[in-house]
Write a protein that binds this ligand. Structure first.
Ligand code: F6P
Length: 363
């Protein structure tokens, strides 16, 4: 029998389970493959005792409609930069990739599928270079991977954000308030931009276009006449004012990235300081955007990624990541897949159209 190992790494994302099921169902069709999962990314391999489970059909049946990941995940276990807590409580980072490679080789898997974002695919590339037969599957709600036109999880996040936005519009209107809704998107404003167009925002602020607070205050005042009116703003967590900086939270020990969040509150204060008279309320959507049932689009994309990932294993096309490009499911070498982010182009038609609809980006 041949053996395939699946793992999910980095932040979770609606559709992870659909990928796992896609790989498992396609592999079972071949009759001579056994499917395994490593618990909590590569921790399942590194930990003693190891946590590697057999993915029987009972374990994967019907999981495509479930959010999260049945294999669990972490963004604090990069094997190349592994956080180790010292006796004095400080954290030092160690390269455990050789140990991981040794353990993976001893386990003798014929293929390993690493489902994860940018950081995870860099790990895939490093492990492939050290001889592991690995295949990458991209995920992130932020939709900011350049190698693929769309990532699964994004449509679900946009739907959740739009549903929330719609609710804020009616309460803004009732109270003549200015509502600021903060969505995820550390480097790329895709969720904010799609939500702004779908929900009909007056203002959309994204990391790619630093905003001018005075211009925003002016735009808001246009929405208020004789004390009446209302305004809805969507802002990405990574947005920043011109000559200003992003709102970073105190870092968590061992985390791969700085935690963002709270930019909605900063914006409210900046608007007040700029003389904005409107009554302002802030809503931070946070992780609601990453949880729950994936929308149909994400289930389909994730399933196709899973099936393709297994087919790459059959072809022994390792060192590749599956991707969706020009309406086709394809594969790209990991070396290329890990180069560059997909950011919103401020000269794109989407921005032009949004501006044409009267949406201000504060520039
Ligand atoms: O990368 C996806 C993302 O959703 C970012 O937009 C966000 O900053 C980050 O994950 C938050 O991750 P966590 O809270 O799990 O560390």
């Amino acid at each position: 029998m041949k053996k395939i190992l699946i793992l999910t790494g980095g932040g979770d994302c609606p559709g992870l389970n659909a990928v796992i099921r896609g790989i498992a169902k396609r592999a079972r069709k071949e009759k001579d493959w056994e499917i395994y999962g490593s618990i909590e990314a590569f921790n399942g391999v590194l930990n003693e005792p190891q946590e590697i489970i057999k993915l029987t059909s009972k374990k994967t049946a019907g999981i495509h409609i479930k959010g999260g990941t049945i294999l669990k995940t972490t963004n604090k276990a990069n094997p190349i930069n592994f956080p180790v807590t010292q006796a004095d409580g400080t954290v030092k980072f160690e390269d455990r990739s050789d140990e991981l490679v040794k353990k993976l080789k001893a386990l003798n898997f014929d293929a390993v599928v690493n489902i994860g974002g940018d950081g995870s695919q860099k790990i895939s590339k490093a492990l492939f270079d050290k001889g592991i037969p690995i295949i990458g599957v991209p995920k992130t709600i932020d939709n900011d991977l350049a190698a693929t036109d769309v990532t699964f999880g994004f449509q679900t996040a946009v739907q959740i954000a739009t549903d929330s936005f719609d609710r804020l519009v009616t309460t803004a209107e009732s109270h003549h308030r200015c509502m600021i809704m903060e969505v995820m998107g550390r480097d790329a404003g895709w969720i904010a931009l799609h939500t702004a167009i779908a929900g009909g925002a007056e203002i959309c602020l994204i990391p790619e276009i630093p905003y001018d607070v005075q211009k925003l205050a002016k735009r808001i005042s246009l929405r208020y006449r004789n004390g009446k009116g209302f305004c809805n703003i969507v802002i990405a967590e990574g947005a920043k004012p011109k000559d200003g900086s992003i709102v970073a939270q105190k870092g968590e020990k061992g985390s791969e990235h700085v935690r963002l969040g709270g930019v909605a509150y900063q914006l409210a204060k900046q608007l007040k300081d700029a003389g904005c008279k409107a009554e302002i309320r802030e809503t931070v959507l946070g992780h609601t955007q990453r949880g729950g049932i994936p929308v149909a689009y994400d289930r389909v994309l994730a399933t196709l990624y899973g099936v393709k990932a297994f087919e790459l294993a059959l072809e022994q096309k390792f060192g590749h990541m599956v991707a969706f490009r020009n309406n086709e499911i394809v594969s790209v070498p990991l070396a290329k897949a890990t180069q560059g982010n997909s950011l919103v182009n401020k000269n794109s038609y989407m921005i032009k159209a949004a501006k044409g609809m009267g949406i201000s980006f504060g520039d």
